[in-house]
Design a binder for this molecule. Sequence first.
Ligand SMILES: *Cc1c(COP(=O)(O)O)cnc(C)c1O
Length: 353
Amino acid sequence: MEIAVRLTTAPKAKPDGTKLGFGQVFTDHMFMMDYNPEQGWHNPCIVPYGPLELDPATAVFHYAQAVFEGMKAFRAVDGRVLLFRPWLNLERLNRSNERMCIPKVDPEFVLKAMKQLVDVERDWVPSAPGTSLYIRPFIFATDTILGVHPARTYKFLIILSPVGSYYPQGINPVSIYVEPEYVRAVRGGTGEAKAAGNYASGLKAQRAAQAGGHAQVLWLDALERRYVEEVGAMNVFFHFGDEVATPELSGSILPGITRRSVLELLQSWGVRVTERKITINEVFHAHSEGTLKEAFGTGTAAVISPIGQLAWGDRAITINANEIGELSRKLYDTLTGIQTGRLTDEFGWTEEV
Ligand SMILES: *Cc1c(COP(=O)(O)O)cnc(C)c1O
């Protein structure tokens, strides 16, 4: 499929690369294509970034049949532009599609389109430390019928946003609130998919956490409220004694690519890593025994985000004196080092645009 390109005649001024927030400004162009059962995915194009005109009955507004991905393009130290394990995002996109009854995309074609879009916007890839060009592919149902059923027609878009650190705190430790009542996902539900509706259902708990001065929510399992699942839109790791543990992929947890990369890095360093059930009680107990060394979240947006404080009901603990832990620091430096070409990419994780 040939990608039609129409370039803007009014390029925007680029933001100051040292003052970037997260997902606040968008580049000059976006990628779009359409789906219908007769033509499959068709009409691929790169066009000036701008609003879409949609019928009020468009299915996604009503029933949230939509999925997305989140990845980054990095400015390498030698000026190249690098993607990090993009195939894993595309595989996951198709798994999310499958769960949400959305037609699959051709990963090879989407990667080609993504690279072409990033290439058009190459000058938007920032170079200040900790910055990158965030890539947001997403797909939504566009049928204009109010019946509840999988749509016949869809739109796929990719938009780009130059970003700084996800949390204003950067890699500094954040305070996390263990959500006692609301749950994010249940086995058999859509928690494994990057489905838009998952995030809407998490907002209420996030608002309560933020009102209490915490950066994010730590979710417990939906059935027993005992097992740790994730932290906001990040997977979570605990360093207990000589073990680094993360919740096993139980069916309600999003399989993060940063999670997978952290597991692979730790294994390559000879660290004992386990994917298993972790109760919130175990975390607090380990803290009182003095064996909880570090806790951190992992995700594309924040990379590694150390947890400095954890509040659960009327109990609150400070982890590693609210400092960035040794392992968190090493993982952050290694991942960002590989992503920006500062370190040798021994695993073949990066792909040049
Ligand atoms: C995207 C996401 C993650 C992290 O996945 P990465 O591939 O590492 O970015 C974790 N949890 C949730 C709920 C997410 O949406």
